[in-house]
Design a protein around this ligand. Structure first.
Ligand SMILES: Cc1cc2nc3c(=O)[nH]c(=O)nc-3n(C[C@H](O)[C@H](O)[C@H](O)COP(=O)(O)OP(=O)(O)OC[C@H]3O[C@@H](n4cnc5c(N)ncnc54)[C@H](O)[C@@H]3O)c2cc1C
Ligand SMILES: NC(=O)c1ccc[n+]([C@@H]2O[C@H](COP(=O)([O-])OP(=O)(O)OC[C@H]3O[C@@H](n4cnc5c(N)ncnc54)[C@H](OP(=O)(O)O)[C@@H]3O)[C@@H](O)[C@H]2O)c1
Ligand SMILES: Cc1cc2nc3c(=O)[nH]c(=O)nc-3n(C[C@H](O)[C@H](O)[C@H](O)COP(=O)(O)O)c2cc1C
Length: 578
């Protein structure tokens, strides 16, 4: 029999704990458990999630699906629309949230997070809770938002029924640990979930998925830029032979391969003989294959440096780790890769197995889908900025973007999966006006939106803000855009060629210049979308939106903030930023 949740072998439990938990789940999640529930009254559980690109949301939905099969009364709420006045009255609260930006809450969690951290937050003595924190340990503020929710709920008097679990990119094992833990605390008097389907945090549906990616053949791969600094590839992949489908707003996950030349250079500089090593997901492979396909040999971060330093006699690394200074780590890591550690700071690994044990698993990259399935049946298109730079005497490149640009045709077809992003969808009604702000590769989902709006003959107006350095070389999808202007699909197009004049011109400057009209569109119910660079552009665009609301809506800054917060709640201000 397969139970809804089973503790995977790589979850952080010893054999005894795993056996106990699996036994517990067997009882708790079957009719046997149901018979032990004397009152048989259902247990109320409120699941709230904060999600930027849909992972926390899909985990929350999966958990609720499982709870519904038992003697629970689960409710699910997006943090953006959760009625916070009911927080103090919750019996069992399960918080699932990612962290974005530089340790910030996802957009949908901003308001609830700010309120909870403020003096306005109520005492929560009657609330039992637990937190699942999604993140990525390559960021300095690992899982910060989840940690803050956890700490604050506890400080407000809530009762933590199971320790927070932090998810480092791969949710399966930690989700199993956390869900088993919370069920063990919630279920004793109320078990009874019928065993039904195998579950993991990622959708394990029949067919291709993140855990079972599809090998898609490349049908188009060309540079959209003219000769110059930038290289942005239009990449079309065939989905023929797969059961994959997608909606505009979704992203495509791509599993890259590391460049063989760099792998060979690493191996040539290691102080031991290459041998067979374990792959991160099981099985054994040659060291070369492991470094090409399975382990991250790209950018460095604090945790890689710490592990490396423990095996290296490098005085420099020792002082870097001892100082534990964020800026010093950032300065060292920027522009360096694993090869720099191998050559400049050799470490004393016992053998190849010991060496790979210090490396992180190579992760897939997400790309906003740049096509509508209505316009390109059986295909998925991407708009990929190719990362290339010179540093410390070496020509370097981003692992996945150079894989797509340079290596896919020489090596095998890329392994891909669809990453659903329900948080970035066109308005339900085609009559709603849409404003899209997507400089650089941020144009990707808006190409898909425009194709979709045209294919569905949507009556709402479309306004696109685009920006890139030079009109002559960087006008991505120029023919298509001009076609949309000519046929009326684009009611308005404003473009910021940032380097075609003395002063920089950016999309947010054009938003402010067009402030009166922008305000009118928003007041008539338009949805505002942003895609592209998170660290600078999306922040400046957000500020410009506040300014437009203040200048043209005659609002105070507090009123403008409330207006924009309301737009988010109504899902009329959506961002796909990275
Ligand atoms: C939801 C989502 C959607 C996305 N959509 C798109 C999209 O549509 N198009 C797109 O192009 N990207 C998109 N991205 C970004 C994409 O996933 C990758 O992050 C991007 O392609 C870079 O990956 P890479 O493997 O090529 O680079 P990596 O190997 O990950 O290397 C990037 C790293 O290289 C280093 N680096 C980069 N430039 C320099 C420099 N000049 N000097 C020194 N060091 C440097 C930095 O450490 C940087 O973090 C999206 C990301 C997300 C999360
Ligand atoms: N966080 C990330 O990992 C991240 C974020 C974005 C892009 N990228 C990667 O970088 C590569 C190229 O990116 P891209 O093509 O999307 O271009 P981009 O670097 O985002 O630039 C697009 C346009 O935005 C302008 N810009 C710069 N700062 C801005 C600001 N504060 N506000 C508004 N506009 C601003 C640029 O002008 P100037 O250049 O003239 O200043 C340029 O005209 C891709 O590989 C992409 O994946 C990575
Ligand atoms: C632009 C960007 C910034 C991120 N910043 C952080 C961060 O500061 N700390 C962290 O732990 N994870 C960070 N992450 C990782 C996300 O939290 C992680 O991918 C998570 O699974 C996303 O979940 P979601 O799809 O529900 O938003 C970041 C991811 C992206 C793309």
């Amino acid at each position: 029999m397969v139970f809804p949740i089973q503790i995977p072998n790589d979850a952080p439990f010893n054999a005894e704990q795993r056996a106990w938990l699996n036994d517990f789940l067997t009882k708790a999640l079957t009719q046997e458990g149901k018979q032990t529930n004397p009152s048989n009254s259902s247990v109320p559980v409120t699941v709230v999630y904060g999600s930027q690109t849909g992972t926390a949301e899909s985990i929350a939905k999966k958990l609720v699906k499982t709870l519904k099969k038992g003697n629970f009364e689960p409710e699910i709420h997006d943090m953006a629309t959760y009625d916070r006045s009911r927080l103090a009255a919750e019996k069992n609260l399960l918080v699932i949230t990612s962290t974005y930006g530089d340790g910030e809450p996802p957009d949908t969690a901003t308001d609830l997070h700010a309120w909870l951290m403020s003096d306005a937050a109520p005492r929560l003595e009657g609330v039992s809770y637990s937190v699942l924190a999604l993140g990525d340990s390559s960021y300095p503020d690992y899982c910060k938002c989840g940690i803050e929710f956890d700490t604050r709920l506890l400080a407000l008097g809530a009762n933590r029924i199971f320790s927070r679990v932090d998810v480092d990119v791969d949710p399966d094992a930690p989700y199993a640990e956390w869900s088993a833990g919370i069920l063990s605390m919630l279920a004793p008097s109320s078990a009874g979930i019928p065993a039904s389907e195998p579950e993991s945090a990622d959708a394990v549906e029949a067919g291709y998925s993140k855990t079972n990616p599809f090998r898609a053949s490349v049908v188009q791969n060309y540079n959209l830029n003219g000769p110059g600094e930038k290289q942005t590839h239009q990449i079309a992949l065939s989905l023929e032979g797969s059961d994959l489908s997608y909606e505009v707003g979704d992203a495509l996950g791509v599993y890259p391969l590391n460049p063989a030349a760099v792998v060979d250079e690493i191996i040539a500089n290691l102080p031991f003989k290459p041998s067979i090593v374990p792959a991160p997901d099981g099985g054994e492979v040659t060291l070369r294959e492991a470094l090409i396909q399975h382990y991250d040999i790209g950018s460095l971060n604090k945790s890689v440096i710490q592990k490396w330093q423990a095996k290296s006699g490098s005085p420099f690394l020792r002082s870097l780790v001892a100082a534990d200074d964020k800026k010093a780590y950032d300065d060292f890591c920027w522009g360096r890769d694993l090869i720099d550690l191998v050559i400049d700071h050799p470490a004393d690994f016992a053998d190849a197995e010991d060496f790979v044990a210090n490396l992180k698993k190579l992760q897939p990259r997400l790309y906003s889908i740049a096509s509508s399935p209505r316009a390109h049946l059986g295909e998925v298109h991407l708009c990929v900025g190719i990362v290339r730079y010179d540093s410390y005497g070496r020509k370097r490149g981003g692992i996945c973007s150079t894989f797509l640009a340079d290596r896919v045709s020489l090596e095998m077809a890329p392994r891909v999966y669809v990453h659903s992003n329900t948080a970035f969808r066109l308005p339900a009604s085609g009559d709603t006006d849409v404003i899209m702000c997507g400089p650089g590769t941020g144009i990707a989902p808006f190409r898909a939106f425009l194709e979709d709006r045209k294919a569905t003959a949507a009556k709402g107006k479309n306004w696109l803000f685009f920006g890139n350095p030079h009109r002559a070389t960087d006008y991505l999808y120029q023919d298509e855009i001009e076609g949309y202007i000519a046929d009326g699909t684009l009611a308005k197009f404003d473009v910021a060629w940032s380097r075609d004049q003395k002063e920089k011109l950016y999309v947010q400057h054009l938003m402010v210049q067009n402030g009166a009209e922008l305000w009118t569109w928003l007041n008539h119910g338009a949805a505002f979308y942003v895609c592209g660079d998170a660290s600078r552009m999306a922040k400046d665009v957000d500020q410009a939106l506040h300014q437009v609301a203040e200048d043209h809506g005659k609002l105070t800054s507090a009123e403008a903030a409330a207006f924009i917060s309301q737009l988010k709640k109504e899902k009329r201000y959506l961002r796909d930023v990275y």
